[in-house]
Structures are given as structure tokens and as C-alpha cells.
Design a binder for this molecule. Structure first.
Ligand code: Q0Z
Length: 285
């Protein structure tokens, strides 16, 4: 069974299985400050693959998705090939990152006017749909709803907005009850061969979202990352200038980071990660 390599992401690989199917493989690579580090986090790719599969299985009533199967290696997802929309569907539940920057500069985030006086990391009154374009290089660019309509048309723009917010509400409520705040998240959608809207790519993982520990949440400052804080703190202490190559991580930072990924998996799926390794498809039931 020949698998043609199609694309490399920073931490993932994409292969073609046949005309209709792709294989998404999540590596153990980790990026901080937009740089892939030379040290891997064992099992990170399996945690993210299992988490994504968990959410795909539990959100089918909200929207169909591309997932066909998880492979026994726990890090590879067979999926339907979609016609991807040229839009990153970001939902923000908290005021952070570029949303916080835009709010400080203009009082708005992607054309949504917000109340005055919000603090950094504040929970927003309602989750906001803040689409961006897939930049070929560098960072994605926030766009207005009008530009999203220009890219995919009024009907699809409305549909992905409604579906993205419904997915975010479902996941954020589930996660918050288990000690994890999903500050924001990015979805990618596509159309299947019948023209039906499907959720694709990875979904609701710590790489496609900001996960915060709920017990440390305190508005008025930036929040620690649930998964990457050990690695970021280490990178700050060694005086790295945040250009390639990144620093090697010491064993204790690797172990602490791995433990946080596994803790997020256990909490969100309510399945011990060891059981996932024995039987990846168990996460779908
Ligand atoms: C996802 C990406 C990766 C590099 C294309 N179901 C789908 N149908 C069509 N295209 C995609 C998918 Cl998931 C698709 N990417 C993102 C993933 C490496 C780029 F693992 N690109």
C-alpha cells in the first residue's frame, strides 16, 4: 500500500492513501514561540490524535467530520479527503493573544465591539467567531465577517460560524467541568464529495487551541499554558533568542511536559492514556 507524502506541518505529516483518503500522522515534535524544538515529547502525537478522535466522535451531531479510523499506532488518523475552505475558523471564549492586542488597539476583535474595561484573559460575554486567512508564510491574518463572506459566500460563512460556536460551546463546557479552560480554538472545515460541510484537520487539541489550567485562572494577566508552560519557562531561562534552532530540553522538562499532555488526555476523555495505547479505538466509544 504505497503512501504518497503530501505535506509536512511543523509537527504533523500528511499522506495520500488513495483518491478519497488521507493519512494524518501526528509526530512527537513540539513547537514553542513558533519554533520546532530539537527534543521530542514522547507520546505527544498519540495524545493529540486520541484527543482529536475523542472530539470527532462526540461532536458528530453538531457537524459531520473527516475521520474514518484511528490506526493501532495511536498517532495516525485515516480521513476522508475534503475540499478545504480557505478559512481558519477561530472561536474565542477569553480575551487573549491577537484578540487582546486588537481589543487594546481598537476596542474590537474582528469587527465585534466589546464592552470597555475588559482585562487581559477575561472571559468574553459570548464566544466570538473570529476567522482568519491561512497565510502561506508567517501568521494567520484576522479578517472581518465581510471578508469571510467574500472567501466562501454568505451561506457557508454563516454555517461555519454557527457550527464553530456550537462546537466551542460544547467542548469548553465539557473541559471546564474537568479543570481545563479552552481559551480559544481553531477549526478547519471542508466539503466532502457530496458537498456536505465536514470538520477536518485536528480539532480541540492543545496544538489547535489554548488550554489553561482552570485552578490557576486569574484575569488581569497572561495565563500559563496547560501543556507547554514547562517548555516555555525553560526556554526563557536559557536566554534563547527565539530564532532557529531552539534549545534541547532537559529530561525533567520533557517528563513534566509529557505528564501534562497525558493529564489533559485523561481528564478530557475520562480514559487512562495507557488504555488508549492498548486500544486506540476505545476513545471512540
Ligand atoms: C489538512 C496539514 C498535516 C500538513 C490539507 N481531510 C482533509 N482533506 C483535505 N485536506 C486536508 C484534510 Cl485534513 C488537509 N492539511 C493540514 C496537515 C501536514 C498540513 F498533517 N492540509
Amino acid at each position: 500500500m504505497p503512501e504518497t507524502h503530501l505535506a509536512s506541518g511543523k509537527v504533523r505529516e500528511l499522506y495520500a492513501l488513495d483518491d478519497e483518503r488521507l493519512l494524518l500522522v501526528a509526530s512527537d515534535r513540539i513547537s514553542t514561540f513558533d519554533v520546532v524544538l530539537p527534543t521530542e515529547i514522547p507520546d505527544k502525537g498519540r495524545v493529540l490524535t486520541g484527543l482529536s478522535a475523542f472530539w470527532f466522535a462526540r461532536t458528530r451531531e453538531i457537524v459531520d467530520n473527516h475521520m474514518l479510523a484511528i490506526r493501532a499506532d495511536g498517532r495516525s488518523t485515516e480521513c476522508r479527503r475534503l475540499e478545504m475552505l480557505p478559512l481558519e475558523c477561530v472561536v474565542r471564549g477569553y480575551l487573549t493573544g491577537s484578540g487582546w492586542k486588537d481589543y487594546l488597539a481598537s476596542g474590537e476583535v474582528c469587527g465585534h465591539e466589546l464592552p470597555a474595561g475588559l482585562q487581559e484573559s477575561a472571559r468574553l460575554p459570548e464566544p466570538l467567531f473570529t476567522p482568519s486567512t491561512k497565510a502561506q508564510t508567517g501568521h494567520d491574518e484576522n479578517i472581518t465577517r465581510a471578508r469571510a463572506v467574500g472567501l466562501v459566500g454568505e451561506e457557508l460563512a454563516s454555517r461555519v460560524e454557527q457550527v464553530s460556536i456550537a462546537l466551542y460551546r460544547f467542548a469548553a463546557e465539557w473541559a471546564a467541568a474537568r479543570g481545563i479552560l479552552i481559551a480559544d480554538t481553531k477549526f478547519e472545515f471542508g466539503l466532502d464529495a457530496d458537498g456536505k460541510l465536514c470538520l477536518g484537520d485536528e480539532a480541540l487539541t492543545p496544538d489547535s487551541s489554548r488550554f489553561w489550567p482552570a485552578d490557576e485562572y486569574e484575569p488581569g494577566r497572561g495565563q500559563p499554558s496547560y501543556d507547554k508552560q514547562f517548555a516555555r519557562d525553560y526556554c526563557e531561562t536559557v536566554g534563547w533568542d527565539k530564532t532557529e534552532p531552539g534549545p534541547e530540553l532537559p529530561a525533567d522538562v520533557v517528563d513534566g511536559t509529557r505528564a501534562r499532555y497525558i493529564e489533559a488526555f485523561d481528564r478530557l476523555t475520562e480514559l487512562p492514556f495507557d488504555r488508549y495505547l492498548d486500544d486506540p479505538e476505545g476513545v471512540l466509544r
